[in-house]
Design a protein around this ligand. Structure first.
Ligand code: SF4
Length: 71
């Protein structure tokens, strides 16, 4: 699937260890122990990053409909 999706990080849940950055360095950046979303990206990659997050802090959204695709 090639649709570009939007990721969101719940900053209250993020524990800042950077697993999301390891999986998707083009989409996430670690700033002051808090993950920041730096770019939209392919659905599968963002879901992979969300699944790797030990704090379940990442959700993935379809930017055109606003529908939450993950979790
Ligand atoms: S993997 Fe989750 S907890 Fe870890 S930095 Fe990324 S968003 Fe935060």
């Amino acid at each position: 699937m090639t649709m570009n999706c939007k990721a969101r990080v719940d900053e209250n849940s993020c524990s800042g260890h950077g697993d999301c950055v390891d999986v998707a360095p083009t989409n996430f950046l670690l700033d002051d122990d808090l993950a920041e979303v730096i770019a939209d990206g392919p659905l599968e990659l963002l879901i992979e990053a969300a699944e790797a997050c030990p704090a379940a802090a990442i959700s993935v959204i379809d930017p055109s409909s606003g529908e939450q695709l993950y979790p």
